[in-house]
Design a protein around this ligand. Structure first.
Ligand code: TRP
Ligand code: SF4
Length: 404
């Protein structure tokens, strides 16, 4: 895997801390299902990350791991298209985390906003631990281990991708300076052949001297298609382009996950901590009960009071599920008191049930075949490990750890 190709690689993880719900489905999971067709995807269960906050009740994690994988599969994440694995089955994550910790200034970790925020939010837990401080760095190791160029995350995780970029930059700066880097780079240019060499040099000049971003992109594309130079030379020339040393760990980008429009039962964001969720495994009768008792426009007290969909979470659900025709019926009926809230909720109940039927059927299939699920994760973890090993060889080498 060369950093040249890392733009095509996606990596993302999820902590196993409970059941997945419709908010996950309409946010993260549908996005993963889409991405798996467009990129080379690695999706993993971040069980070590879960331990940083749930170290006192590890059984929650253990139980959630397999349920979560089943939910992914049931939602349409396809092990034929994406590599699915378990973080703790790839010990290279821990090794890279350790090695990155050598060069990561404490202040960088202390300043990550989630560090203080989460400690505040989860006051009942003692999070003044070494592991919790290192949470973002473990995440950096997750990403850099696969040289992933694109990292789908929610807005709350962008800071973690940002610190990953800084760590990668620092790593490349410190360890990418092989002796004779410039000479090696110039020699590599010659190996490309006259025409490509000339083009590369002029593009590099345009970028380094005039900051021409288009020239940079063209030069990167040019490198990508070179067939007669080694991968190592390609990396060297990638680094030479940007004026750094050899790029060992490419800087990733956050690929912001579109916000889920799915409201919770109380109109807030659907989230386990608000207790306002419909889980992917919810029984039809429970779905019905939960939506029937869901909050509506609180000003609409009697049946003949007109209502306002703008302040009603049921309307937000219609926005997710309903056709224009139904939405029109809601708007008119609500504002004129022509329909009642029970009536209005009917199509939403049907839509949620209909959406969850095939998901639950698939989940049942996997629940009944635990060995299948285990083997999907086993295979995925082995595949992930192969990619991880290659990176670790480079990392150990430049850090002076490839003893013979
Ligand atoms: N911290 C992420 C979350 O809480 C999960 C995660 C762990 C992750 N490692 C990652 C996400 C690597 C993207 C890439 O949602
Ligand atoms: Fe909400 Fe529908 Fe009731 Fe209007 S009729 S308040 S949109 S549930």
């Amino acid at each position: 895997m060369s950093s040249v190709d890392s733009q095509q690689r996606v990596l993302s993880g999820m902590r196993p801390t409970g059941k997945l719900h419709l908010g996950h489905y309409h946010g993260v999971l549908k996005n993963w299902v889409k991405l798996q067709h467009e990129y080379e995807c690695f999706f993993f269960v971040a069980d070590w990350h879960a331990l940083t906050t749930h170290y006192e009740d590890p059984t929650v994690i253990e139980n959630s791991v397999w349920d979560m994988v089943v939910d992914w599969l049931a939602a349409g994440v396809n092990p034929g298209s994406a590599t699915l694995f378990l973080q703790s089955k790839v010990p290279e994550h821990a090794e890279l985390h350790l090695l990155l910790s050598m060069i990561t200034p404490l202040g960088w970790l202390e300043r990550v906003p989630t560090y203080k925020d989460q400690q505040e939010k989860l006051k009942e837990k003692d999070l003044a631990t070494y592991g919790f401080l290192g949470y973002p760095l473990l995440q950096s190791a997750d990403i850099l281990l696969y040289k992933a160029g694109q990292v789908p995350v929610g807005a709350d995780q962008v800071a973690h991708v940002e610190i990953t970029r800084e760590v990668a930059r620092r790593f490349n700066h410190i360890f990418g300076r092989e002796p004779g880097f410039e000479e090696n780079a110039e020699a590599a240019i010659k190996k490309m052949g006259k025409k490509a060499a000339k083009l590369y040099s002029s593009l590099r000049k345009r970028y380094t001297e005039a900051g021409d971003g288009e020239a940079l992109a063209t030069a990167q594309a040019l490198l990508k298609e070179q067939q007669n130079i080694t991968l190592s030379d390609k990396e060297r020339l990638m680094g030479y382009l940007e004026g750094s040393g050899k790029v060992i760990l490419p800087e990733p980008q956050a690929l912001l996950t579109p916000e889920s429009k799915m409201p919770g039962l109380d109109g807030q964001k659907m989230s386990k901590s608000y207790g306002n969720t419909i889980s992917l495994r919810e029984e039809p009768s429970e779905i019905e009960k939960k939506i029937r008792t869901m909050r509506t426009d609180t000003n609409r007290i009697r049946r003949d009071d007109p209502g306002n969909p703008d302040v009603c979470p049921v309307w937000q659900m219609h926005e997710v599920y309903s056709t224009d025709e139904v939405k029109d019926w809601v708007q008119k009926g609500c504002r004129s008191a022509g329909i009642g809230c029970v009536e209005c909720k009917g199509p939403v109940i049907d839509a949620v049930k209909a959406e969850l039927i095939p998901i639950q059927e698939r989940a049942e299939h996997y629940d009944n075949n635990p060995d299948l699920v285990r083997s999907i994760i086993q295979d995925g973890s082995e595949k992930a490990r192969e990619a991880a090993r290659t990176t670790m060889e480079d990392v150990r080498h430049v850090m002076g750890l490839s003893y013979r």
